[in-house]
Design a protein around this ligand. Structure first.
Ligand code: SF4
Ligand code: SF4
Ligand SMILES: [Zn+2]
Length: 264
């Protein structure tokens, strides 16, 4: 397997994986979305809500706020916690939200009992409060995975596509029509002929193929090479998210191996 980093930012990563199957590339993508545990608000008690929003709307908005933890590993999944899932500081973190209008209630107003836990973004709007309106809410966040509910989905926009090979026939006369129609500036004229340059940015729209004689330009997916684009919801740095996704896949493979060994 070959790995090549194409882009790395705090909340997104793009890389090339070669020598793998489509199932493997898709496995990484799916694990980023549904198998990496993060914190999300799980349960709330509304003591007061005189805003124009229904209790359920506020509850839904709170659940979708991405949460960051200095150390996510100190929290257990409720079903794996020593408390047996009844709830304790090892598997949940309490919060309080108390705000009075006029003004906007933002995600930064959620105050967690653990100083190492906070919303991943400060300015997510939760509710507009008019003069004298207020919300008073208590609740707790737990750690789970995206396949339980999208509010625990650590990876948001996660996708992959085949790397492409673009070939131009020897008969090219350099008329430049394919260069003109390409919306991503992939093709350029060089030495009197069309040449593909930044192939990883090709969207496979095939407009270039239609601009020339049939068969003169070919855009072919390379079967075992993929460009993966992974975006984190903000709870984890994108690099860490992919690492944890790979760990989850490895855990399952080892699990299967151990079960097969028991049969021997
Ligand atoms: S349209 Fe065809 S002939 Fe013209 S530059 Fe492109 S490949 Fe060459
Ligand atoms: S397939 Fe589309 S994006 Fe790719 S080189 Fe051809 S025209 Fe450009
Ligand atoms: Zn517990």
């Amino acid at each position: 397997m070959k790995f090549e980093l194409l882009q790395l930012e705090e909340d997104r990563i793009r890389f090339l994986l070669s020598g793998v199957t489509p199932a493997f590339a898709n496995g990484i993508r799916r694990a980023c979305m549904s198998e990496v545990p993060v914190l999300a608000i799980d349960d709330i008690s509304l003591y007061d809500n005189t805003s124009v929003l229904f209790d359920e709307q506020i509850s839904l908005r709170l659940g979708e706020v991405p949460i960051k933890a200095e150390s996510l590993d100190v929290f257990s999944l409720p079903e794996e916690c020593a408390c047996g899932g009844t709830g304790c500081p090892g598997c949940r973190v309490d919060f309080m939200l108390s705000s009075e209008g006029p003004g906007m209630v933002y995600s930064k107003d959620i105050q967690f009992a653990d100083a190492g836990v906070k919303p991943a973004f400060d300015k997510i709007p939760l509710a507009v409060l008019g003069e004298g309106e207020k919300v008073v809410i208590e609740g707790y966040a737990t750690k789970h995975v995206g396949k339980e509910h999208t509010k625990w989905q650590a990876g948001t926009l996660c996708g992959y596509k085949n790397e492409l090979a673009i070939k131009v026939a020897e008969s090219c006369d350099g008329c430049g029509k394919c260069v003109e129609v390409c919306p991503r500036n992939i093709l350029a004229l060089e030495g009197g002929r069309a040449k593909a340059t930044n192939i990883l940015e090709c969207s496979q729209c095939k407009l270039c193929i239609g601009a020339c004689e049939p068969g003169a330009i070919t855009v072919t997916p390379i079967k075992d090479s993929f460009v993966l684009s992974i975006e984190s919801c903000g709870s984890l740095p994108a690099k860490e998210l992919v690492g944890k996704a790979a760990e989850e896949i490895l855990k399952r493979a080892e699990d299967l191996d151990a079960k097969l060994s028991e049969l021997a």
